[in-house]
Design a protein around this ligand. Structure first.
Ligand SMILES: Nc1ncnc2c1ncn2[C@@H]1O[C@H](COP(=O)(O)OP(=O)(O)OC[C@H]2O[C@@H]([n+]3cccc(C(=O)O)c3)[C@H](O)[C@@H]2O)[C@@H](O)[C@H]1O
Ligand SMILES: Nc1ncnc2c1ncn2[C@@H]1O[C@H](COP(=O)(O)OP(=O)(O)OP(=O)(O)O)[C@@H](O)[C@H]1O
Ligand SMILES: [Mg+2]
Length: 276
């Protein structure tokens, strides 16, 4: 499919999300490491702070942080890469998370259990009389509270260390608004912006990450009632379909319609708060 054959709506989305027509993993690594190193030195920040979940997005972003901090230090700027483990109690894929931390090689890794804070908020909401439609709605909403507790923990560390919070949003999540507003969406820098999911994996592979972590099934893992639910199940779309859409490849009509509709419906999540 050539660019001129794509719908105007699709071309607008590809442009707005800055998905490049051509992709070269090594060139993307160079550009993104330079970006992070520049943000450290230009802002005078002393740390990059990033939650490492065990998934491929944070694995990739973490390795970019490692390389960026190395580069900034070589230029005489004192700084560090601080990883954070932010489980809700015990995490089912904890071993993957530990291997991810090891691969990204932070100066230090802080572990903060977001369980107590999340549960305390849930109990206070119950005490206040907040009633949810059903158990599954409550579980979904509290999943977003977990994501926001992670944001709070990362900003506490960033504030204390004069750092910057790194997020893992990329084009395949941005197009569907598949992130928690002011949760994992609440960050300072997004080094994976513009990448489709398969390109994130290609960058991870080019960085030398372990194959099973590169190809791991993506999960937000926010809901307690359905742990490790695959993103594709929640989205009702595959990442292959989303990536094809963003890379200008042929997709079924219903995929195009669904993605254009979702992109429009989630515009508020990619924008500053609405003002009069
Ligand atoms: N039109 C509008 N203009 C301005 N604001 C609007 C709005 N519509 C809703 N809102 C506000 O936005 C809120 C809904 O947004 P939000 O709270 O984010 O909630 P929502 O988008 O409903 O849920 C977040 C979704 O992202 C997924 N997620 C989260 C975190 C990580 C990952 C991952 O990929 O790992 C995925 C999660 O599984 C879930 O499906 C509403 O409660 C309302 O306050
Ligand atoms: N348990 C966790 N511990 C630390 N950070 C987390 C945790 N869960 C989520 N995060 C943070 O929130 C981000 C968003 O989660 P998301 O699931 O999109 O990314 P991922 O887990 O790295 O990769 P994937 O999407 O393939 O599962 C993560 O990249 C990470 O920075
Ligand atoms: Mg994940």
């Amino acid at each position: 499919m050539t660019d001129t054959e794509l719908s105007q709506a699709r071309r607008d989305i590809i442009r707005d999300l800055a998905v490049p027509a051509h992709f070269d993993a090594d060139a993307e690594i160079g550009r993104r490491v330079a970006f992070l190193a520049d943000r450290l030195t230009a802002t005078g920040s002393r740390a990059l702070v990033l939650g490492i979940s065990g998934g491929v997005d944070s694995l990739t972003a973490g390795r970019l942080c490692r390389l960026a901090v190395d580069r900034a230090r070589e230029s005489g700027h004192e700084c560090e890469y601080v990883a954070m483990r932010l489980p809700y109690g015990e995490q089912k894929d904890e071993e993957d998370a530990a291997r991810s931390v090891a691969f990204t090689a932070p100066e230090r890794c802080l572990t903060v259990d977001v369980g107590p804070a999340t549960d305390a908020m849930a109990a206070s909401l119950d005490d206040a009389g907040m009633a949810y439609a059903d158990d599954s709605s409550r579980d979904f909403v509290l999943g977003n509270v977990k994501a926001r507790q992670r944001m709070i923990a990362q900003y506490a560390v960033s504030g204390g260390l004069r750092g910057l919070v790194v997020g893992t949003d990329h084009a395949a999540e941005a197009v569907t608004g598949f992130f928690t507003k002011y949760g994992d969406g609440g960050v300072d820098l997004v080094p994976l912006a513009g990448l489709t999911k398969r390109r994130v994996r290609a960058v991870a592979a080019a960085l030398g990450a372990p194959g099973d972590l590169v190809n791991k099934v993506p999960t937000a893992d926010l809901e307690t009632l359905t742990p490790q639910k695959p993103d594709e199940e929640a989205l009702g779309l595959t990442y292959e379909q989303i990536d094809d859409f963003l890379e200008g490849l042929p997709v079924p009509g219903h995929v195009e319609t669904t993605l254009v509709d979702r992109y429009r419906a989630t515009a508020h999540k990619r924008a500053l708060p609405t003002a009069p």
